[in-house]
Design a protein around this ligand. Structure first.
Ligand code: NAP
Length: 317
């Protein structure tokens, strides 16, 4: 496993982060088995992963509770970098939510506390003040944000955020024009979510005949006519992967890992073999030409989508 410093912080994180949204087994993800999820978290840690992403909202705290239980064994918690997220809300409600999460996570601090989504009707500065207070009280070692636009990032940067968690993959390129350059210039680490486009970039839909179901029913990348174009782009990832002797998932993750400013793609898994496959991305090196081929194929999909859209057509209002 490779590790990098998370922005301007004292946190060293593995270059693959394990996501836990699907482990909550709700919101369209299949019924997940808690024992399997705990086993996956521990095995991922044993493979060198120290970076885990969760949120208060995943299964109304179920994912946090699972992560807390998995890491309660031996010195697992001390070795882990836990990121969790809170929706922007009226500031007086923040600390109670964090305290409840700390109980679920069986710890007295989180390593990285992120604003999950900004709330356009809320007072962002007042909320960031409260986030900073959580750091001063040592309930959060570092703070960061997710799903912020450039204007919101400019405010967040004033508060010393060390990390942006953003939707980013070969097909979903929203942050490239302004947000990614802003983060690079300001030393803010970027982590990508839906790094494999919820499986679209693994070959499952382009090489095989898997049909959309569950959570993917809500994802605009799986809506026609985008889906047909997305499968064509995924087929380009498959072709590059075949040429260089790796899997499609590895090529798609290598593309992210080679993007300047990207510290760690976050990936969800439901099976151990998926993690092993994804881990192999760290050994893949795309040439400039291969990187460009994948970029250009993905860009054709991105150009079909609304520039300010969200993957699930949902945003807080
Ligand atoms: N900040 C935010 O607003 C936000 C939003 C979304 C996600 N996230 C975070 O990012 C994490 C990952 O995002 P995501 O789950 O949306 O997308 P993702 O990581 O692109 O997709 C995860 C799914 O892809 C499939 N998969 C993964 N590796 C595979 C492999 N090697 N071969 C075949 N299939 C593979 C699995 O599907 P099956 O389960 O069907 O096998 C897995 O559940 C989440 O868990 C969460 O922590 C954050």
């Amino acid at each position: 496993m490779d590790y990098l410093q998370l922005g301007d912080s004292d946190l060293q994180v593995s270059r693959l982060c394990l996501g836990t949204w699907n482990m909550a087994g709700q919101e369209g993800w299949g019924p997940e088995n808690d024992k399997t999820s705990i086993d996956l978290i521990r095995r991922a840690q044993d493979s060198g992963c120290n970076f885990f992403d969760t949120a208060h909202g995943y299964g109304k705290g179920r994912a946090e509770a699972l992560l807390g239980k998995a890491l309660a064994q031996d010195d697992r918690r001390e070795r882990a970098v836990i990121a969790t997220k809170v929706m922007q809300c009226p500031p007086p409600r923040l600390e109670g939510q964090l305290d409840a999460a700390l109980r679920r996570l069986r710890t007295d601090y989180v390593d990285l506390y992120l604003v999950h989504w900004p709330w356009p009707r809320g007072d962002l500065r007042a909320f960031m003040d409260k986030m900073s207070e959580m750091k001063q009280k040592e309930k959060a070692r570092q703070i960061g944000v997710s799903n912020f636009n450039l204007q919101e990032m400019e405010v967040a940067a004033e508060y010393g955020v060390v990390c942006l968690q953003a939707p980013y993959n070969v097909l979903w390129r929203q942050i490239e024009d302004d947000i990614l350059p802003f983060c690079r210039e300001n030393g803010i680490a970027v982590t990508s979510y839906s790094s494999l486009a919820q499986g679209l970039l693994t070959g499952r839909f382009s090489r095989g005949s898997e049909q959309r179901a569950g959570i993917r029913n809500k994802n605009v990348l799986f809506d026609e006519p985008v889906f047909t174009k997305a499968r064509e782009a995924a087929a380009v990832v498959d072709a590059v992967a075949d040429e260089i002797g790796c899997t499609s998932s590895q090529a798609a993750l290598a593309w992210l890992l080679q993007t300047e400013g990207m510290v760690a793609p976050i990936v969800g898994i439901s099976k151990w073999g998926q993690w092993q496959d994804n881990l192999g991305a760290l050994d893949v090196r795309l040439s400039d030409a291969e990187y460009r081929r994948i970029s250009e194929a993905g860009m054709q999909v991105w150009e079909m989508l609304p520039a300010d859209g969200s993957m699930w057509g949902w945003k807080p209002r």
